[in-house]
Design a protein around this ligand. Structure first.
Ligand code: SAM
Length: 282
């Protein structure tokens, strides 16, 4: 039974539009509208915000976002079979839903959005991680978005919020936490989706900070973090050898023992290292 709007239940929408799930598009649909409304609520108060939704599929989360009061939703979907179902939602919420068919990795949605902007998505793992990294590494900060509310495999969600010393700690945690607050809001078992994936999922909410938590040049920080975690088992003096001939001195200057490994170094430590490296290269 539909509970958040007068549109048909999602199982009926999927059946009537022949939306058999395609593995190649990572299609694991959410069918419970109470759950999609709950996920939409994790995005915070959307009443004065435009929402960019990636991968609406049959529209479960889209309906949640609209029912929760989003000012306007721009939904980008790659699978054209979903268009008729999304058009029905658009008709039920006049002027509040724009659907764009295309690959979210290729289209530029910005001209259709008015700030403040929230992003919400339940996406396939590979596309979701690639988009998250893009959203976290724009040319300018603050970025065009204020919040990200994203479904990930539980393991990826844990990598985003991980702290030093844990196995999950790495590039994603540092990229996310340098300029955003990141929290896991909800955990979902495989059975929440149709078809059920093999793994559990979690909703992560990120809020962009007005400024980075610690000063550093973004490009230098990204490069040093990538190099450090590419060889995470090695001591930093070895893993970062290619960064500068005097890397040991630079590490010491940043307050990091050259014998430490990447996963022991805090965000503040990596920012100090990026500053020391930038200075040594001048
Ligand atoms: N949001 C819906 C839900 O929660 O039920 C669908 C989620 S399903 C996990 C992922 C959706 O993303 C599918 O509808 C799929 O077609 C779409 N998708 C996959 N790759 C995409 C891409 N590169 N750009 C836009 N949409 C994509």
């Amino acid at each position: 039974m539909s509970t958040i709007d007068d549109l048909p239940p999602l199982s009926r929408v999927i059946a009537s539009h022949g939306l058999t799930a395609r593995k190649s598009l990572g299609q694991n649909f959410l069918l419970d509208l109470n759950l999609t409304a709950k996920i939409a609520r994790q995005a915070g108060d959307l009443r004065n915000m435009d929402v960019l939704e990636i991968g609406p599929g049959p529209g479960g989360l889209t309906r949640g976002l609209l029912a929760e009061g989003a000012r306007h939703v721009l939904a980008i979907e790659k699978d054209s079979r979903c268009l008729p179902a999304l058009e029905e939602i658009s008709a039920a919420y006049p002027g509040r839903l724009t659907v764009m068919m295309g690959d979210a990795l290729k289209v530029d949605p910005l001209e259709h959005l008015t700030p403040p902007i929230a992003i919400a998505a339940n996406l396939p793992y590979n596309v979701g991680t690639e988009l998250l990294v893009r959203w976290l590494t724009p040319k300018e900060w603050p970025p065009f978005w204020q919040t990200l509310t994203l479904m990930f495999q539980r393991e990826v969600a844990e990598r985003i919020v991980a702290t030093p010393g844990s196995k999950a700690y790495g590039r994603l945690a540092l990229l996310a936490q340098w300029r955003a607050d990141a929290r896991i809001m909800l955990s979902l078992p495989p059975e929440a989706f149709s078809p059920a994936p093999k793994v559990s999922s979690a909703v992560v909410h990120l809020t962009a900070l007005p400024e980075p938590r610690f000063p550093a040049d973004a490009k230098v920080l990204e490069a040093v973090v990538a190099a450090a975690f590419n060889q995470r088992r090695k001591m930093l003096r070895a893993a970062l050898k290619g960064q500068h001939p005097d890397i040991e001195i630079i590490l010491q200057k940043a307050g990091i023992a050259p014998t430490e490994r990447a996963e022991q170094v805090s965000l503040e430590g990596f920012c100090a290292l990026a500053r020391a490296l930038a200075e040594a290269r001048e």
